[in-house]
Ligand binder design. Structure first.
Ligand SMILES: *[C@@H]1O[C@H](CO)[C@@H](O)[C@H](O)[C@H]1NC(C)=O
Ligand SMILES: *[C@@H]1O[C@H](CO)[C@@H](O)[C@H](O)[C@H]1NC(C)=O
Ligand SMILES: *[C@@H]1O[C@H](CO)[C@@H](O)[C@H](O)[C@H]1NC(C)=O
Ligand SMILES: *[C@@H]1O[C@H](CO)[C@@H](O)[C@H](O)[C@H]1NC(C)=O
Ligand SMILES: *[C@@H]1O[C@H](CO)[C@@H](O)[C@H](O)[C@H]1NC(C)=O
Ligand SMILES: *[C@@H]1O[C@H](CO)[C@@H](O)[C@H](O)[C@H]1NC(C)=O
Length: 435
């Protein structure tokens, strides 16, 4: 079924993006060889070798029984080339994760029909998707793209995030920490989108586009230059987390925001809002906001998303331990949970914490300075991660385990041995295995 239409499409795309596209046949493995070559030489570290077969030999590439590429995970591989539009010939691609590389140039401006998760955070994408012609925009995936054009550089996200039909299956999109500019167009529509993270870019314009995501749960737009008034959030009944801090948003915060039934965490700080900031109901507990920020630092792993729900962390949130009153959070125990990301500074706001146990994960970055605010802290265990930097000064009596298994941690004092009382507390409270 790799049809004539497909071949014509290839030919016309070759014309359309002269020099940008070199695919000559659409066998997935061939496409991936071409895409990998453009991504840069770093693929060698993942065995992405020209002479081997991606489905069999390449690390981070997964394929289905038909030999179609369904997943690419090459986080932090060191790629410093470009992401070719040809990648969209990988028709069965569900999962694309190229986080933490140094990929430059425009985002690919083509429909990825089956993509469900897209992680391109922490790269050097410059926005400016090449801006496809209206003809190509309207073209269905199997129809001929017959009018190649030399597209103008638009400087916006408009082409990439255009009209959700091109990305009809996206559930999770993260483009955080790039250098994306321009407004997000009102034509970015997605019925399935649940998690959108555009934080820490250079995006402008209003955030009116958010009402196009009826199923959105987590929306991060913080750290941009979005301006204008907030839209009416009424339709976003599933919204749980809304981070809008560090923008230039103006006007009143609409009452509909406070009435959203599932809203658990909101940040509005560092904007230009007028009038009183809304009083969020008692259901937006501060501890909930802080814990969800911590979860955001861990990149909202599915396991936490499933368990950290509602407004009562002490009522069974995985890894959250509370005192006998059931109202005070005394410990976080998420050892060996495969967590990625970093330790969010919000953890320092959970003032009653006595133990923070995060060993055996995949956490990077430094231990945030806010940890020193935890006056009751007895044990901080971040061993066996990729933590770096120096460990902040801890409260008196607290012990840190950090030197083991982390390559680049600087301890301010030699690791102390754990007082018996602490060991007892930790064992009794967290059933923690010391093996
Ligand atoms: C690998 O293959 C690609 C595409 O066929 C080509 O552009 C590239 O130069 C090749 N790289 C090496 C090291 O042979
Ligand atoms: C890309 O990275 C490779 C090493 O993986 C390096 O040799 C090359 O100079 C880099 N290219 C650019 C444009 O930075
Ligand atoms: C493989 O291709 C056949 C025929 O196109 C299709 O019916 C089947 O679902 C495909 N299998 C997978 C795992 O995608
Ligand atoms: C997407 O664009 C197509 C063609 O331009 C249009 O027919 C369709 O209604 C649009 N869909 C949405 C959800 O806006
Ligand atoms: C951490 O990242 C890896 C690789 O991308 C992924 O397989 C794993 O599921 C992530 N862990 C969590 C808890 O989401
Ligand atoms: C620590 O690691 C992060 C990435 O995880 C990196 O950006 C940062 O530069 C590193 N800092 C130090 C001091 O090595």
């Amino acid at each position: 079924m790799r049809s004539i239409a497909a071949a014509v499409a290839v030919a016309s795309v070759l014309l359309a993006v002269a020099g940008g596209s070199v695919v000559t046949n659409r066998d997935d493995e061939h496409v991936l060889h071409v895409v990998a070559a453009a991504l840069g030489p770093a693929g060698r570290s993942l065995n992405w070798d020209n002479c081997t077969r991606p489905c069999q030999d390449w690390e981070g590439v997964s394929c289905n029984a038909n030999g179609s590429v369904v997943g690419i995970s090459a986080r932090g591989a060191g790629f410093n080339g470009t992401l070719l539009e040809d990648a969209h010939y990988l028709r069965e691609l569900h999962h694309l994760d190229l986080r933490d590389n140094d990929i430059t140039g425009p985002l690919p401006d083509v429909p990825f029909l089956n993509l469900k998760t897209l992680h391109l955070d922490c790269n050097a994408f410059t926005a400016v998707p090449a801006g496809l012609s209206a003809e190509r925009e309207a073209a269905s995936p199997t129809s001929t793209r017959s009018k190649p054009t030399t597209p103008p550089i638009t400087g916006t996200l408009s082409a990439f995030l255009r009209n959700g039909t091109a990305y009809a299956n996206l559930v999770h999109v993260s483009l955080a920490r790039n250098r994306l500019t321009g407004p997000v167009p009102a034509t970015f529509v997605s019925k399935k989108l649940e998690h959108l993270d555009l934080s820490d870019n250079l995006l402008t314009g209003t955030i009116d586009f958010v009402i196009n995501f009826p199923n959105i749960k987590i929306l991060r737009l913080d750290g941009n230059s979005f301006a204008g008034q907030l839209p009416d959030f009424q339709r976003l009944k599933k919204l749980e987390i809304l981070l809008l801090g560090q923008n230039q948003l103006t006007g009143l915060v609409p009452p509909s925001l406070m009435q959203l039934p599932n809203l658990a965490a909101v940040t509005l700080a560092d904007n230009l809002f007028q009038g009183p900031l809304p009083e969020f109901g008692p259901w937006v507990h501060n501890d909930v906001v802080l814990l969800l920020s911590v979860a955001a630092g861990f990149e909202f792993p599915a396991s936490l998303a499933a368990s950290w729900k509602g407004n009562s962390p002490c009522a069974g949130w995985m890894g959250v331990h509370c005192d006998k009153t059931g109202a005070t959070i005394t410990g976080i125990n998420l050892c060996r949970h495969g967590l990625n990301g970093t330790i969010h500074p919000a953890i320092g706001g959970l003032r009653s914490l006595r133990a923070v146990l995060l060993s055996g994960n995949n956490l990077g970055g430094a231990v945030p300075a806010t940890i020193s605010r935890l006056a009751d802290l007895l044990l901080l265990d971040v061993s066996d991660n990729q933590i770096n930097g120096s460990i902040p000064r801890l409260p008196r009596g607290a012990v840190v385990w950090a030197d083991q298994g982390n390559t680049a941690v600087a301890l301010s004092s030699p690791p102390a041995s754990l007082p018996t009382a602490t060991i007892f507390f930790v064992l009794a409270t967290f059933c923690y295995s010391l093996s």
